[in-house]
Design a binder for this molecule. Structure first.
Ligand SMILES: [Zn+2]
Length: 227
């Protein structure tokens, strides 16, 4: 596990996740469900690494259920955000959306606009992105002054909401696989962002791996003529 004090995020490789995850009484066996219900900000990148906004010990307890064997550093106030590449934003989707599709979605979200044949951030994107000098990709020459633009977790959440909306509108998709559950930690509906307080009922949509409030779950079921 690697913890970045400047952002307050921990990164775990897919191999570590496999090694540490255990069945935990009272928590789902579906790791995505467990993470979503925990209310922790998190995502998987294209390499299968898990990133979560917490300290290693917290993540360990969530995965393993046992007392942490990590010495968490003293909490400090994060000074930076977790910045996410366009490639990793695409991993929100299954299969992963290519960067060109992600950029199109960012334009549709009003965060990018075309200007002189290039994408540029709109005023709406203020605070949601950062730019740094691009690092060379093997076999490709870098244009002078090339920058890599990275996006905040809030942007990833917007794309995740799209994944859910797209699944709702897909006429070919199988009936929603909704499972009622009682949330153990405060969470938020993946669709309408309604807060779901600990102890209240919600639904887990296994088709899109998302937690939903009872209202959105009912609407989704009615929309497809099921249930
Ligand atoms: Zn909802």
């Amino acid at each position: 596990m690697s913890y970045e004090p400047s952002t307050g995020w921990t990164r775990l490789t897919g191999r570590q996740v496999e090694r540490y995850a255990r069945r935990v009484d009272g928590l789902s066996d579906d790791l995505d469900e467990r993470l979503d219900v925990s209310g922790l900000a998190h995502y998987w990148d294209t390499h299968g690494n898990l990133h979560a906004r917490c300290m290693p010990g917290e993540l360990w307890v969530l995965l393993n259920g046992e007392q942490s064997r990590f010495d968490d550093p003293d909490p400090t106030e994060p000074v930076d955000q977790q910045w996410i590449s366009v490639t990793d934003l695409g991993a929100v989707f299954d299969p992963a959306a290519p960067p060109s599709t992600v950029l199109k979605m960012l334009r549709e979200e009003g965060l990018l606009e075309r200007f002189a044949g290039k994408d540029r951030p709109t005023p709406q994107a203020d605070g949601l992105y950062m730019e740094r000098p691009a690092s060379p990709v093997a076999g490709r020459d870098l244009k002078p002054g090339a920058v890599q633009r990275l996006w905040s977790y809030d942007v990833l959440v917007k794309l995740r909401a799209r994944r859910v909306a797209t699944a709702d509108n897909d006429p070919h998709k199988s009936p929603p696989a909704l499972r009622a559950l009682v949330v153990k930690f405060p969470a938020a509906c993946d669709r309408c962002r309604l807060e779901i307080v600990a102890g209240s009922e919600a639904y887990w949509d296994s088709a899109v791996k998302a937690i939903r409030c009872t209202q959105c779950a009912t609407a989704a079921a009615a929309g497809t003529g099921q249930r």
